[in-house]
Design a protein around this ligand. Structure first.
Ligand code: ZN
Ligand code: ZN
Length: 317
């Protein structure tokens, strides 16, 4: 009994607070440090000129973003969702394995053994690029649906109800959305893994390739944590046509409808460009994040869990 409880606590820890020491996660402490370095750059480059009285420490770590009620709702979601993940990941990873083998078998059966073999370098490169494009595109489409379909918006609203962003806001996600998001990731990963397993004649092990996910490491080290923060880190105007900058994601958190339906992409900006939802940093001066009028219904953790269901029947929420 005691042993089981220990296992449970460890599992919950490794799926929440443990993210700070997990290089696969965005809030890994090294990525936090690189984000602080970039934020310091923003302080000396721009912010100090605007407000010469503000010190570096109070600029980097404002109370409102890190120690206010809205921030503690984020922290509560990080831990609470670990329990949900325990349940989904066990079920989903079993399904993923099963479907992965079924699809690879089906490909082998219908198309025979692939005639060519590829080097590990070529396979890894193509695998990471394929994952980036399919993962990012499916994320965009799902995110667009969250904003356009009232039933989905009811739950996605929770991510937008933060009134002062911090890196943990990334995990402020209603359990209903968390399950849908994991389902999307599972489908994409299973299809891509099965296809690469087939190309590699059944000897493909995604773990080997994932460990060196250069794309993810680069993305995370270049201030991915600042996407959910008050630090206005923008990219070159031309680069924002290709990659979503931290400030472009902050624009997505705006309380103004014409802005929160924009910049729906995760890493790449090309989908927003194709579907006409891209807004560049230079076009937005002042920003207020949150749900505006509806903020008052999404202040506590409990309200964020329950009120999405209420909002299905009552538009005041
Ligand atoms: Zn959104
Ligand atoms: Zn966000």
């Amino acid at each position: 009994m005691l042993q089981e409880l220990k296992h449970l606590l460890f599992d919950v820890y490794s799926k929440s607070i443990g993210y700070f020491v997990n290089p696969q996660k965005r809030i890994y402490w090294i990525y936090i440090l690189t984000s602080i370095a970039l934020a310091t750059f923003v302080f000396f480059r721009h912010s100090r000129k605007k407000d010469p009285n503000k010190g570096l420490i109070s600029f980097l770590f404002p109370k409102e973003n890190l120690f206010s009620k809205t921030a503690f709702v984020d922290y509560a979601f990080l831990v609470f969702n670990a329990f949900i993940k325990l349940f989904i990941i066990a079920t989903f990873s079993y399904a993923a394995k099963k479907y992965h083998y079924d699809i690879t078998e089906w490909l082998l059966h219908n198309f025979g053994l692939p005639s060519k073999t590829y080097s590990i370098g070529i396979l890894t490169t193509f695998y990471l690029i394929t994952l980036l494009i399919t993962g990012d595109f499916s994320y965009y489409i799902l995110h667009l649906l969250y904003h356009k379909i009232p039933f989905l918006w009811a739950f996605h609203k929770v991510h937008h109800s933060s009134t002062a962003l911090n890196p943990v806001t990334q995990y402020r996600i209603h359990p209903v959305e968390l399950i849908i998001n994991n389902l999307r990731a599972l489908i994409v990963l299973t299809l891509v893994n099965a296809a690469f397993d087939y190309v590699n004649r059944g000897y493909f092990s995604p773990q080997t390739y994932f460990g060196v996910n250069i794309i993810l490491i680069t993305f995370n080290s270049w201030g991915a944590n600042l996407r959910h923060s008050h630090i206005k880190l923008t990219y070159f105007n031309w680069l924002e046509n290709w990659i979503i900058s931290p400030f472009q994601h902050q624009i997505h958190h705006s309380s103004q409808k014409e802005l929160y339906d924009k910049n729906l992409g995760s890493k790449l900006a090309i989908w927003d460009r194709i579907f006409g939802t891209l807004v560049k940093s230079k076009d937005v001066e002042e920003l207020k994040v949150g749900l505006g009028e509806k903020d008052k219904h999404y202040k506590s953790f409990f309200q964020n869990i329950i009120n999405p269901f209420k909002s299905l029947f009552n538009s005041n929420y």
